[in-house]
Design a protein around this ligand. Sequence first.
Ligand code: C2E
Ligand code: MG
Ligand code: MG
Ligand code: MG
Length: 287
Amino acid sequence: KAKEMGRNNYKIYNSTMDEEIRKKIKIEGEIRKALKDREFFLHYQPKVNVRTGKITGLEALVRWNHPKLGLIYPNYFIPIAEETGLIKEIDEHVLELACLQIRKWIDMDLEPISIAVNISAESFNESKFMDKLEFILMNTAIDPSFINIEITETAAMENIEYAHNIMEELKKKKISLSMDDFGKGYSSLSYLKIFPIDVLKIDKLFVDGIGVDKRDESLIKAVVTMAKELGIKIVSEGVETVEQLEFLNKIGCHEYQGYLFSKPVTIEEIEHMMCESGDFRIKSKSV
Ligand code: C2E
Ligand code: MG
Ligand code: MG
Ligand code: MG
């Protein structure tokens, strides 16, 4: 009897495994096709100065315009893309789209605003990463200081020395660097000392605790104080309420992102927003 049950369990386990693997393979094929057919595009979420409320930069967030399913968000395909290595191609494509957007603004005689691009550990630790980046920068002929690279501590931890070298190369090119989702994983304050980070992004997890959990508030305060002493800019992610924003202002957090100001939106909506607020400037030319 036990044997029978065991066999049945095995069967069930096996068939769900099969199904999951089949689903993954299907999505993998669809991602390949999507790259070829240019189905990925970008939404942008503003980064905003806590004090002035002015937009200081944008973060590019990839979206998939699936021919059958419509708009798909990264949580659905980034994990599979990371597992299969396809993320390297997605990240390269996103970098190119972001640089092309900056090129467009330059061609329109508008003062470009900097764009942050998320780079997965697999992409960051690929030996061709810097070459790919340089190639894109060369082809679009943009000032590299308009690009910010967002990585998580996972990318930096894989091989600390290697990551450090890449970061130094980015610095030399005047590309700024953000540590994303700080506090979510095994984040350690010592990373701030080890790595040449320009921006530290405090994860939404902590921001959610503002006004709810004193421990979250203390943690954010401590991180802001320490980062300031190290000359690192702090961006709080996922700000949704005025109360959260007021707390961040009080403790001297520099910038924030979140639905309170804007969800990630199309480039047209960003341009509209920036024209309305007068943040979109025509380059030094007489108007
Ligand atoms: P992330 O880089 O930490 O981006 C922040 C995520 O939080 C975005 O989700 C954004 O839409 C969401 N968010 C922003 N403000 C709020 C808020 O106030 N409330 C709530 N509930 N959510 C908010 P999204 O666009 O779905 O992206 C999820 C993650 O996917 C990103 O997290 C990033 O890790 C990854 N990702 C997105 N684009 C790319 C990409 O081009 N390459 C790579 N490698 N990863 C990407
Ligand atoms: Mg990010
Ligand atoms: Mg984040
Ligand atoms: Mg994230």
